[in-house]
Write a protein that binds this ligand. Structure first.
Ligand code: IPE
Ligand code: IPE
Ligand code: MG
Length: 246
């Protein structure tokens, strides 16, 4: 309770992004198959979503499946896609109770039909919720997203709707899958890996990065509070010097 009480609600990140990592190693530690880890990661998703919404975070974006994850063993991929269907269906009631809107970014058209359908259904049911937007990055990678933005822009230039001079930092952001969200102030990665793995490369230009050794299935509300407290103790200078910030 104490950790939560120490959070300054006026300086909360509006958008938190998380790379949920370590499910496989968590399972291996207890001699279980990797899928056991994925199943146990669902509770962490529920807890963190609830905690973020309760605090007043507006956007929570979770990396659930990267474009590179298709290269995993076929059985693991199909188990993950099935687990997504099951989880979305089961958790819709939690989302409704917490007034959370479900959203997704990524190349969704390439998802298995059943997964895509469950996702669409979940998004439809929760579409009027407005306390927090929970975005799942699914079949997502940042290079896919940025390449697609470049294609969309090139097409508009070709059609004469846009001139090269119209392309700015701000206007480019509008062609990304996150066009309706602010950039994340805080990016969390679990499991001790110190890399970004093709996640939100453009959007995290000035995000604070937080790494924890905890495996994702062990991540709980207090762990989110710790990350936010750490974030609140940092000085975000955006290129300026300390003295200019006062
Ligand atoms: C993260 O856990 C979940 C997904 C990438 C889908 P991992 O499955 O990557 O777990 P580790 O990193 O192998 O332990
Ligand atoms: C990143 O985790 C993708 C997700 C969390 C969905 P990975 O476990 O796939 O990342 P790498 O391959 O270890 O960098
Ligand atoms: Mg991993």
């Amino acid at each position: 309770m104490e950790r939560k009480a120490n959070i300054d609600l006026d300086r909360l990140p509006k958008h938190i992004a998380i790379i949920m990592d370590g499910n496989g190693r968590w399972a291996k530690q207890q001699n279980q198959p990797r899928v056991f880890g994925h199943k146990n990661g669902v509770r962490a998703v529920r807890e963190v979503s609830e905690a973020a919404a309760e605090l007043g975070v507006n956007y929570l974006t979770l990396y659930a499946f990267s474009t590179e994850n298709w290269n995993r063993p076929a059985l693991e991929v199909s188990a993950l896609m099935g687990l997504l269907v099951e989880t979305i269906r089961k958790e819709v009631s939690t989302l409704m109770e917490n007034n959370i809107r479900l959203n997704a970014i990524g190349d969704l058209s390439k998802l298995p039909k059943r997964t895509y359908a469950a996702l669409r259904e979940g998004m439809k049911i929760t579409s009027d919720n407005d306390r927090m937007t929970l975005t799942l990055a699914l079949n997502y990678s940042s290079r896919w997203e940025i390449t697609r933005a470049a294609q969309l822009i090139a097409t508009e230039v070709q059609q004469g709707k846009l001139t090269p001079e119209d392309i700015t930092d701000q206007s480019f952001s509008r062609y990304l899958a996150t066009s309706d969200m602010p950039d994340p102030e805080l990016l969390i990665r679990t499991s001790g890996e110190l890399r970004i793995s093709n996640y939100l490369l453009w959007q995290i230009a000035y995000s604070e990065l937080y790494f924890t050794d905890k495996f994702w299935p062990d991540f709980r509300k207090p762990d989110l509070y710790d990350a936010i407290l750490d974030y609140q103790n940092r000085e975000r200078r955006f290129g300026k010097i300390s003295e200019q910030l006062a």
